[in-house]
Structure formats: C-alpha cells, structure tokens
Design a protein around this ligand. Structure first.
Ligand SMILES: *Cc1c(COP(=O)(O)O)cnc(C)c1O
Length: 385
C-alpha cells in the first residue's frame, strides 16, 4: 500500500484494489453474486462468512476509494444518504452537529426530519465564513459537516482553516466531496477526519448506479463503520460496486474534461446578455476564486446561472436539445436542474430566500460531450428566454 500510494492518481484509479483475479487472471474484478460462503470446518473460513459483512467486489471498491482519497479505510453504502446516516451513528443522543447551511437538500432533511428525533441537534451556518463555524461549536458538538463547493450556490469553505478550528476544540470534521471528486480536491490532506461522497455522481460518472462512501483516517472510525455496515446493513450491492469500480478507472480523464468544459461554458455564460449572474468558482468574479485556486486542483463542472424568473428558467429548460432537465449531476451527459422545484423544494420559500436560491436559478452539471455542442445547445436555449 505504501508503495502504491507513491503512484499518480490516474494509475491508482485504474490499479488500486483492482488487481487481476487470482484464479483466472481476469483483469476486471468479478461480480461476486453470493450471499454466503462455504466454511471448511466449524470456525474455519476463507475470510468471508456472509455478504452483509464482506463481499470481494465491494472490498476491492473500498480499497480503490480509500487510495484515491488518501484515507486509511473506506466503507461503501447503498446511497449517499445511507452513508450520511451511517456517519451520524458515531454520535449519541445529546450530541450536536454544525453543518454548512447550503448543503444538499437531502442531508438537511435526514438531519432535521429523522435524526433530530433521536436527540441529535443541528446548527446550520454559512461555513464559507470560517468564524461562523467557530462561533457555533459548543461543548456537546461532536461533528462539523461541510460541503464545498455548496449546492447550488457554489460557495467555498476553507477546509484547512475549519479543520484547525475543529481540532482545537476536539471536534471531528467531515467533508462531502461529491461536487469535485478526489481528483480535484483532497480534503484529508487538508485536515478532514472523514470524507463522504454520493458516489452516484462523479465517482460513478455514468448515471447508472446509486452509492455512497465514508473514507476514514483513524482505526476506531474503521472499526465503527465496519460494525455499522454489519449491524444496519445498508451496504452497496456487488453489481453496483462493480459499476463503480468500472467508473472510477476513468475518473481522472473524465474530471480533466469536466473541468475543461466547465471553464469554457462558464465563460460563455458570463458573457451572455440573458444570464444575469454565473456562480462558478473558476471565474474571477466568484468572491472566493482565490481560495478555490489554493485548495482545489481545478474548478469542476458544476455551476449555476440566474435567469431572472421562473418563466425564463422554464423556457430555457424546455428548449434544451442536448442537455437533459433532470435531477442528479456528475454524469458524462450535461444535466440541468431547477433547484427551487427539484433539489431544494423541501426547504420552502424562506429557506431558499435565505440561501439566494431564486425561481430563476438553474444549476448545470456540464458533461463531457464536445464543448462546442454544449455551448451551441445552451445558446439556442437562451435565445428562447
Ligand atoms: C446526491 C448528493 C447526496 C445524496 O446522495 P444519494 O446518492 O442521492 O443518496 C449527498 N450530497 C451531495 C452533495 C449530493 O449531490
């Protein structure tokens, strides 16, 4: 492992955890469709007992993702939400969490509508201002959970600065790294204790499977989350583990292209008269462009635009010929979403107003089609606005 860590990212994405299969030499990790494993005699097995505990396809995936984020263990779950729910099992009733106020809508929903019923308390702050995080930490705070860039306003949190504050106060920091992937951002290297992903997005990359992961840095976390996988059972299936292993092999090349296309599309939109504002950390106009340059390896392909009204947003959405109006992000295809009625419907009009999510805001996950075709499609759709 130590030797493997010295290799470059693209090499690790293809090889770590993905050695040829021992019996036949097959270069791809097989999909082990089995729920149980024959035991040689009572108390003697080949390292596997029951598939909720371990499955060789899933084990390979966990090794791969652990290597890419630079952690010490990885634990995959049936979705990003299952991973976040598992993360919260590190707490007990009475514990407090500080969370970015602009997080994925489903994260705030599971915190407030499910986990709050079990005695956990949550405070939401604009974590792009580091002092807000420091001010919200209390004696009973166990975890700070941030997303950077945020969805859909693309605000950036200074991971290293927040990690320092957390560690001074004996609090752990988890970072949802879904929007950038480990190729563009390495939170553990900046001090995060746990990295979380919805692997449904860029890690899978092909819009064909759900998944979630927690990547840890300490042995007690590994023990905890392995135990939670076994006890609560929300693990990733062998088939989806395989899809993700396959997706991860091309993560580096996909992210390079997503990043390149994202920059071109953001520039185009910034210069378009129908677009009132573009939220993209790669633009000099983004208030935290300098921080994004320092802590990210690129800017990725997530951006939001302000079109001024629901009617404008809908005309734009209906007129797309190449991009799809759809929830989700991070696939090879360009996906466009209307946060006010889709991802952020649940937080209500006041919640949206507080975060700056207007009815005219559209979020774009720029795909890796030819960028000229993406720009041409956006241009003709904007003509209809
Ligand atoms: C999609 C998403 C999630 C939830 O993941 P699922 O795989 O849909 O359960 C969490 N965080 C972010 C940033 C996401 O985009």
């Amino acid at each position: 492992m130590a030797e493997a860590m010295k290799r470059g990212f693209a090499t690790r994405a293809i090889h770590d955890g993905q050695e040829p299969e021992k019996l036949t030499g097959a270069v791809n990790v097989p999909i082990f469709l089995t729920s149980t494993y024959q035991q040689e005699e009572i108390g003697k097995n080949k390292g596997h007992e029951y598939a909720r505990l371990t499955n060789p396809t899933r084990d390979a995936l966990e090794e791969s993702l652990c290597s890419l984020e630079g952690g010490t263990s990885a634990h995959v779950f049936g979705s990003g939400m299952a991973a976040i729910t598992a993360l919260c099992t590190m707490m007990k009733s009475g514990d407090h969490v500080v969370c970015s106020d602009n997080v994925y809508g489903g994260t705030a929903r599971v915190f407030d509508k499910v986990l709050a019923n079990y005695g956990l308390t949550f405070t939401y702050v604009d974590s792009s201002v580091t002092e807000n995080v420091a001010a919200a930490i209390r004696p009973e705070t166990r975890l700070v959970h941030i997303e950077t860039p945020t969805n859909p306003m693309m605000a950036i949190t200074d991971i290293a600065a927040v990690a320092r504050i957390c560690h001074e106060r004996g609090v752990e920091l988890s970072v949802d790294n879904t929007f950038l992937s480990p190729y563009l951002q390495q939170p553990i290297a900046m001090g995060a204790d746990i990295v979380m992903h919805s692997t449904t997005k860029f890690l899978n990359g092909h819009s064909d499977g759900l998944g979630g992961v927690l990547i840890c840095t300490k042995p007690e976390q590994a023990e905890r989350f392995r135990f939670v996988q076994k006890c609560t059972g929300g693990i990733l299936s062998p088939f989806e583990s395989y899809l993700l292993l396959r997706g991860v092999k091309t993560l580096a090349v996909r992210m390079k292209q997503h990043d390149a296309n994202g920059r071109v599309v953001a520039r185009f939109l910034e210069g378009h008269p129908k677009v009132k504002a573009v939220f993209y950390p790669g633009l000099e106009s983004h208030p935290q462009h300098g921080l994004a340059v320092r802590q990210q390896r690129g800017f990725g392909s997530m951006l939001s635009i302000e079109l001024g009204s629901l009617e404008n947003a809908n005309r734009f959405a209906k007129s797309l010929r190449l991009g799809f109006l759809a929830e989700s992000l991070g696939g090879v295809e360009t996906l466009v979403c209307h946060p006010a009625t889709m991802t952020h419907a649940a937080i209500g009009p006041e919640g949206r107003a507080r975060l700056g999510i207007t009815d005219g805001l559209m979020r774009i996950s720029v795909g890796i089609e030819d960028v000229e075709d993406i720009v041409a499609d956006l241009e003709q759709a904007l003509d209809q606005v």
